[in-house]
Design a protein around this ligand. Structure first.
Ligand code: NI
Ligand code: MN
Length: 228
């Protein structure tokens, strides 16, 4: 069974056999991070959207570890120009890699990358479906609640990573509705308490998930993980 380690904010790492897949590797400058870029040598890196708190250290890690970055076309092409090996996908499209199958889903958000005084529009924001070892993980990315989560939930989701921070993404109330649409076996809240703007009580969210859904909610501290 794959293991998920939460790395703080929206960053996490999936270990499955010999393969390691990093998702949204924002470590440098992440107040919640407990690891450094050099602690990670992944097989692949998945990026949900172009915001800096998700692209993070992807290029440096990809170049050093010779990892493939999988993201939407615009992010992939932009990071390829920076010397990373990439594989572009787009919303609704999936691809089987030796280490797992990745499909991009819609997400309602933005995807602009800031570099100094430049802003780069890096396509549409996405969610990520990663099938590894026959287990399906859904990383919602940054998104508001949308009804088509019910379509995503028609496939059995073993682990869903759902933002609860509010302000930029769903807050706990909408995240609870998302859990009802997605019907995951296990849900882990992400994208909260990294900054003051997104302060939330994850234990209160977990209690509501337990009371109102049949999903299991696990609150992970950065550095903690679970098998799914
Ligand atoms: Ni974002
Ligand atoms: Mn974000």
């Amino acid at each position: 069974m794959p293991t998920l380690t939460f790395l703080g904010h929206a960053a996490c790492e999936v270990a499955n056999g010999d393969a390691t897949i990093l998702i949204d590797p924002f470590l440098t400058g992440n107040p919640a991070a407990v690891t450094k870029p050099e602690d990670h040598s992944p097989t692949a890196i998945l990026i949900s959207h172009g915001h800096n708190d998700h692209v993070g250290d992807a290029v440096d890690i990809a170049r050093r570890a010779n990892a493939t970055i999988v993201a939407n076309f615009e992010i992939a092409m932009y990071l390829q120009q920076k010397g990373a090996t990439v594989h572009p996908l787009h919303i609704g499209g999936g691809r089987a890699f030796p280490w797992g199958h990745v499909k991009l889903t819609p997400a309602w958000h933005g995807s602009t990358y800031e570099e100094g005084d430049q802003m780069h529009a890096l396509g549409m924001p996405c969610g990520l479906l990663l099938r590894a070892g026959d287990r399906l993980l859904y990383h919602a990315g940054d998104t508001g609640l949308f009804g088509d989560m019910a379509l995503i939930g028609r496939e059995k989701i073993h682990l869903a990573l759902i933002p609860i921070g509010d302000n930029f993404t769903m807050g706990p109330g909408d995240a609870l509705e998302a859990v009802k649409l997605l019907k995951p076996e296990t849900v882990v809240p992400i994208h909260y308490n990294t900054f003051d703007l997104i302060r939330q009580d994850p234990a209160a969210f977990a209690r509501r998930v337990a009371a109102e859904t049949s999903s299991r909610c696990v609150v992970l501290q950065p550095g903690e993980g679970l098998e799914y």
